[in-house]
Ligand binder design. Structure first.
Ligand code: FES
Length: 160
């Protein structure tokens, strides 16, 4: 399996940062960067990362089973993660998720037919002081209301 020259260079540098026998430490960032490039974690990617880090594929699977930021299915171009944990729940996070679900016509871990949006209800994003909060890909949005969310989704639609 080959990646872009930029990602290959990033992997090389990343692996070199770990001493021999400890390169397994690069597992999570490698999976994240590869997922960003190819859109999801495929069986082929699991084998490739395991081979490069000299770990068993089952060790890669263990990481994938624990962390929710990995996906086996390609997500939408704009992946919206809405927190409904305690601070966000108390400030309208659940209503925000329901609003997004209705506006986009998709539920938890679903993708719109045009592939533009996917939606996920998530645990704390570490932005409790600015609840309710969400992430679009790697961008945080805070102190949200349904109206602000509408404007955000509409602006993302225009980016197509
Ligand atoms: S509870 Fe939502 S960001 Fe912490």
């Amino acid at each position: 399996m080959t990646f872009s020259p930029e990602l290959e260079a990033k992997f090389e540098k990343m692996i070199a940062n770990y001493p021999p026998g400890r390169q397994k430490g690069a597992l999570i960032p490698m999976l994240l960067f590869a997922q960003d490039e190819i859109g999801s974690v495929t069986p082929e990617l699991v084998q490739e990362v395991a081979s490069r880090l000299k770990v068993k594929p089952v060790e890669v699977e263990e990481v994938l089973g624990f962390y929710t930021m990995f996906t086996r299915e390609p997500r939408g171009k704009h992946h919206i993660q809405i927190c409904t944990n305690i601070s966000c729940m108390l400030t309208g996070g659940e209503e925000l998720f329901a609003h997004a679900s209705k506006k986009l016509g998709i539920g938890h871990r679903q993708k719109t037919a045009d592939g533009q949006f996917s939606l996920e209800e998530v645990e704390c994003l570490g932005a409790c002081s600015w609840a309710p909060a969400l992430l679009v890909n790697y961008d945080f949005h805070f102190n949200l209301t349904p109206e602000k969310l509408d404007r955000l989704i509409d602006s993302l639609r225009k980016m197509q």
